[in-house]
Design a protein. Structure first.
Length: 128
């Protein structure tokens, strides 16, 4: 008859596997390196899209000066192209040239943006 070895419950009698630190410098370095690679891949894809599709190119020489809604889905838009102003009729699925102006109809002052309009409104309010 074989006897089974007796189990010893004394401390230190059983070998326990060494516990590793769950957050180590090697693990953090690996995580940061993966994050850097993913961010660089995203930037590369965005650059390629901009380079080959022209999505990032804004109309530098084309400027919308004013827009006037004419109906629920129609509007008249005044744009400036190369020093000339064009009045366009815009409807769903259709854009028509209504008038071409050689001399500017509406002056486009770079300072007449939101800041200038805000100043005008505040000055009017102070006078009242």
């Amino acid at each position: 008859m074989q006897t089974e070895p007796a189990l010893s419950l004394a401390p230190g009698s059983m070998a326990r596997p060494a516990m590793q630190d769950p957050v180590s410098f090697a693990m953090l370095g690996q995580l940061l390196m993966g994050l850097v690679i993913v961010i660089m891949a995203i930037l590369l894809v965005l650059w390629l899209i901009k380079r080959f599709t022209g999505l990032g190119v804004q109309g530098r020489h084309l400027k919308v000066i004013a827009a006037l809604p004419l109906g629920t889905r129609e509007k008249a838009v005044l744009i400036e192209v190369g020093g000339r102003q064009l009045l366009l009729g815009v409807a769903p699925g259709r854009v028509s040239l209504l008038e071409r102006f050689d001399q500017p109809v509406v002056e486009t002052d770079p300072g007449a943006g939101f800041g200038a309009r805000l100043r005008e409104v505040l000055e009017r309010k102070e006078r009242q």
